[in-house]
Design a protein around this ligand. Structure first.
Ligand code: NAI
Ligand code: MG
Length: 353
């Protein structure tokens, strides 16, 4: 197997976690005789310094011809005073949109070594292993027009979805549910919103093709409560853009640290962009203490979703879990009787596993 992977390290700890991840991918490549070709391109602040724009054409072109993209993080105080269109974060929004990445996946899995790291009680989060499938390029966040009316006395935002946008994300979610525990929770607000009524109709229609998947419809308010009180009752959650944004941040509490969370942004083919949920962490950049696990787990998602390498993805996830169980961790985590190590040492230990 030969794959072209574009690396977009970006800024701050983005660079550190990308290079850590490359180490792990090289171990996998060597062990299983795969060829991973890495092409490093600039994005964010680094690209602004070189090209005066956050997403240069050369970077976009490299991504368009790659099998997958790994992105570290963008942004930092150096570029904070720039106007919005040329800020580092704009590069991120632009690349997702230009690559047509309509589905955002955020798997939330509690690692046994970190159960007490969550502010929630251990018994609640134990065994929670869920996948949030969020629509990423439509809905309220892309509504036009958004406007203020009557001299600031009123305001309007529009929630607009085309049927095909809902169909394709729901279809994706059914496919994921089929490959997991075969349980899909569709989250909406169909008692109030017209868009949610159409959403629910579509989920019911699509479910006919997936008789093996059990479907549950849940209002978003109830879902937000159940995520905290009984997270292990979920398998796959599918929802529209804003509900998914809020629920996935809520669910991140289950894992213990921002540095642990991976994400994938995908579309209908096997291509995807994989990035940790955290930002460029300028406060710890260059100190060699960044937690690389969110990025490394994102690479595992790449192997699983873009390359179909389920076993290799699982190997990475198990190596991470076992390294944590051995007590090794970066300073952002807390493990009882554990040992704080540098980013490089943690990576070396995972590579060993
Ligand atoms: P942040 O996620 O960079 O950091 C928040 C806090 O968590 C900091 O104390 C940081 O040290 C810590 N942290 C984050 N990731 C960590 C890791 N892997 N290991 C250890 N500690 C970690 O968010 P913040 O501070 O709001 O933003 C910093 C910069 O990052 C800003 O320029 C922001 O715009 C950008 N940003 C970029 C994102 C991206 O590229 N996807 C996402 C969020 C923010
Ligand atoms: Mg959010």
């Amino acid at each position: 197997m030969k794959k072209r992977i574009v690396l977009l390290p970006g800024d701050g700890i983005g660079r550190e976690v990308i290079y850590s991840t490359k180490v792990i991918l090289n171990v996998i490549a060597k062990r299983f005789h795969y060829t991973f070709e890495f092409i490093e391109m600039p994005i964010g602040g680094e690209a602004i310094d070189q090209y005066n724009i956050p997403l240069p054409e050369v970077t976009l072109e490299a991504c368009q011809t790659a099998d997958a993209v790994l992105l570290g993080a963008v942004g930092g105080p150096k570029w904070d005073s720039l106007p919005a269109p040329i800020r580092p974060e704009k590069g991120l929004l632009e690349i997702r949109k230009k690559l047509g990445l309509f589905a955002n996946l955020r798997p939330v899995k509690s690692f046994s070594a970190l159960l007490h790291a969550s502010p929630l009680k251990e018994k609640f989060i134990k065994d929670s292993d869920l996948l949030i499938v969020r629509e990423l390029t439509g809905g309220l966040y892309f509504g036009k027009p958004s406007e203020r009316r009557n001299n600031d006395k009123a305001v309007v935002d529009t929630l607009y979805y085309e049927r095909y946008e809902m169909e394709r994300i729901v279809e994706k979610a059914f496919q994921f549910a089929r490959s997991r525990k075969k349980h899909l929770t569709s989250v909406d607000k169909a008692n109030v919103l017209e868009s949610s009524k159409m959403w629910r109709e579509i989920v019911k229609e699509k479910s006919k093709a997936y008789p093996d998947v059990t479907v549950e419809h849940m209002y978003v308010d109830a879902a937000s409560m159940k995520l905290i009180t009984n997270p292990s009752s979920f398998d796959v959650i599918v929802t529209e853009n804003m509900f998914g944004d809020i629920l996935s941040d809520e669910a991140s509490v289950l894992t213990g640290s921002l540095g642990m969370l991976p994400s994938a942004s995908i579309r209908s083919d096997s291509f995807g962009l994989y990035e940790p949920v955290h930002g460029s962490a300028p406060d710890i950049a260059g100190k060699g203490i960044a937690n690389p696990l969110g990025m490394i787990l994102s690479a595992a998602l790449m192997l699983r979703f873009s390359f179909g390498l389920e076993m290799e993805a699982t190997i990475i996830e198990k190596a991470v879990n076992h390294t944590l169980l051995d007590g090794y961790h970066t300073p952002d985590l807390h493990i009882e009787n554990g040992r704080i190590v540098s980013t490089d040492e943690l990576v070396a230990r995972i590579a060993d596993k």
